[in-house]
Write a protein that binds this ligand. Structure first.
Ligand SMILES: [Cu+2]
Length: 333
């Protein structure tokens, strides 16, 4: 049996950056009433959305989106932990203690699209903007198919360090799902790491590689000995709200110029789709940002100190951070 799962390649500047037409007519089974009414074509998706409208030209939005994808897949996705996030291994409780560390494939464009599609006039940004309701919107499935595709694009870059986790406990961790007969089936991480085993693949889309050339002012570099990584540890936050803070490195905040996700000083953001609509729950997590390119791009590689600026964007009232440090992480072969 062959099935096709559509995906929304919101990263593709050739026609991909608006909600696909099929999901728009009110009589379509793929329509959902709980979406942000302002975010319809021709408006382009903002892949770094933090809850505020950007009001920029399509050309600038396109460029910002490409830089954002580049940041998720290259600059911040330097190794498996930085890209996927901390490992849940066999025996871990999934949500109870929060994620060990968030990955760029989750915290970046993934969460921004959830928030951008969800209805900003609803208390919990239903449907796409909240964990409990995201799956009610058919857009959820084309969005998450594309998150899977990001994984493949990340691997296909052929950059050293872009490897699956090898930890046996992670490979043996499993989840149960209902199959088409409503029987529970157990699925292991190790069954999901090889696309040929899952037996699916993606079309190559027209603009699919556009973001690869979107490092600010530079070309793709590969193969250095180690990655310098900025770690923000012990992030404690209220998980029932949309939370986002942005991270800037060596940003000259006094020059009065507003730094945007298009600028090289923008390291990325920490954000998460809220988890619960009623209960207040404190979660802890951590975030990792690749520094190799950012230091080159801001021409500050030789300096002894790096200035790290965190800017609260949404839901940060109760947020605390335990520790900020820089670590040199060897690149795995
Ligand atoms: Cu999601």
């Amino acid at each position: 049996m062959t099935i096709r799962l559509p995906y929304w390649n919101g990263d593709d500047p050739v026609g991909g950056m608006t909600i696909p037409d099929f999901f728009l007519p009110e009589n379509s089974p793929a329509y959902d009433v709980y979406r942000d009414a302002r975010h319809k074509p021709p408006l382009l998706v903002d892949l770094a959305f933090d809850g505020r409208e950007r009001d920029v030209s399509n050309e600038i939005q396109k460029q910002c989106n490409l830089t954002t994808v580049y940041r998720d897949l290259v600059r911040n996705g330097t190794d498996s932990k930085s890209f996927f996030g901390g490992e849940y291994v066999a025996g871990d409780a999934p949500v109870a203690n929060g994620a060990k560390s968030i990955g760029s494939v989750e915290a970046g464009t993934h969460t921004a699209v959830h928030r951008w599609v969800g209805d900003s006039t609803k208390p919990n940004n239903e449907d796409m903007g909240n964990f409990y309701s995201a799956g009610y919107d058919p857009v959820f499935y084309i969005h998450h198919s594309n998150v899977d595709r990001m994984w493949k694009l990340w691997k296909d870059l052929g950059i050293k360090g872009h490897k699956e986790p090898k930890d046996k406990d992670w490979l043996d961790a499993s989840y149960v799902f209902y199959d088409e007969n409503q029987d529970l089936v157990r699925v292991y991480n190790k069954d999901c790491v090889k696309l040929d085993k899952l037996n699916y693949d993606y079309f190559v889309t027209k603009g699919e590689i556009a973001w690869r050339k979107s490092r600010p002012g530079h070309h793709l570099t590969r193969g250095q000995g180690a990655n310098e990584i900025l770690l923000i540890n012990g992030i404690r936050f209220n998980s029932d709200k949309f939370v986002k803070f942005d991270v800037f490195v060596n940003d000259n905040v006094e020059d009065g110029k507003l730094t945007t996700p298009c600028d090289p000083e923008y390291a990325g953001g920490f954000s998460q789709v809220p988890h619960n609509d009623k209960m207040k729950m404190l979660m802890t997590s951590a975030a990792r940002f690749g520094l190799n390119e950012i230091l080159e791009d801001t021409k500050t590689e030789g300096e002894e100190y790096a200035l790290v600026t965190l800017v609260a964007r949404a839901g940060c009232d109760d947020l605390t951070v335990a520790d900020i440090k820089i670590e040199l992480v060897p690149i795995e072969d």
